[in-house]
Design a protein. Structure first.
Length: 306
């Protein structure tokens, strides 16, 4: 197997691209895919201040590394979820990555800053931990970016993640979510811009990128992920990809190019109906936002919720 670019012995093959690369050319390929995504979808410019949401896993650390390498002004944000050993180790990997490179890292800790953790929230609400986790992440990434004056929040969602989310949204024909599923969500009142620069890279590529760059990431999966629907969608898509390489990318990019626009109106309609949370001021369709309601349910906030 030879490198497509320089003909040296290859270290990785990417069936979707029908290509193999040597170490240097693979790193170049990853940078090019991220550069392309940023330009193609007009994610941000060198003048923008970017906050990367880092979990300590392969995707977010690869993203931070790639953006620094491409000379963008990027700081990190780590959110402590209070998921036992998993969170402790994720924090260690993230802090170590930032310290070794002299990068600025913001930290928000759910237990000490907001009075609850994800396993506790799941127990009290009797809902899936990922529900409480996802809404806390969305809320805190946005509010922290606003508080510190960042223009953009970048997350490490890769091609596999986005294709799995799309499959879930299509299976439920959730038109509001389909209207919001795009590599760039523009800023609207109360929300900073959200971008996904890894959308052109698969998770096998981000893992290989970290290994080849010597990035020490959290290899353990979150223990709360078990039974999560998202993992099932990934398995289905992997089986399809095995049979016909490139089908995952065709599914996702076909939607972005030809499907997304048709649902954009549904997302806009939902956005127009937002007011301000009476507790924290975040945009919300009701009186109190989902994050403040969660805090009140777990007993970390005393409010009357109708
Ligand atoms: S961290 Fe949170 Fe994930 Fe764990 S609880 Fe679910 S959503 S699985 S990316
Ligand atoms: Zn609120």
């Amino acid at each position: 197997m030879k490198c497509r670019r320089c003909k040296a012995p290859a270290v990785i093959d990417i069936r979707r691209h029908n290509a193999a690369f040597c170490l240097d050319c693979f790193l170049h390929h990853c940078r090019e895919q991220v550069r392309k995504a940023i330009h193609e979808y007009k994610m941000f410019s060198p003048e923008d201040r970017v906050l990367v949401a880092v979990s300590g896993g392969k995707d977010s650390l690869a993203l931070w590394d790639l953006l620094v390498d491409l000379d963008y002004e990027v700081d990190g944000l780590y959110l402590g979820l209070g998921i036992g050993e998993y969170s402790t180790e994720s924090g260690v990997h993230t802090r170590q990555f930032a310290a070794e490179r002299g990068l600025k890292l913001h930290e928000v800790d759910l237990p000490s800053d907001h009075g609850f953790d994800i396993p506790g929230a799941a127990q009290v609400t009797r809902r899936s931990p990922c529900g409480a986790c996802g809404l806390s992440k969305r809320h805190l990434f946005n509010s922290t970016a606003l508080e510190h004056g960042y223009d953009v929040v970048a997350t490490g969602h890769n091609l596999d993640d986005e294709a799995a989310v799309l499959l879930g949204n299509v299976l439920r024909w959730d038109t509001g979510y389909l209207g919001r599923q795009h590599p760039v969500l523009p800023a609207t009142p109360g929300f900073v811009r959200k971008v996904k620069p890894l959308v052109r890279l698969g998770e096998r590529e981000t893992a290989a990128y970290c290994v080849l760059r010597g990035i020490d990431y959290q290899v353990e999966e979150c223990p709360m992920a078990e039974g999560n629907r998202h993992l099932g969608y990934k398995e289905v898509l992997n089986a399809l990809e095995d049979r016909s390489p490139g089908s995952k990318a065709a599914f996702l990019f076909g939607f972005i190019e030809r499907g997304h626009e048709r649902f954009a109106g549904d997302a806009e309609h939902e956005r127009d109906e937002l007011g301000a949370c009476t507790v924290c001021g975040a945009p919300t369709p009701g009186d109190v936002c989902a994050f403040c309601r969660l805090r009140s349910q777990v007993g970390a906030l005393q409010i009357e919720v109708r």
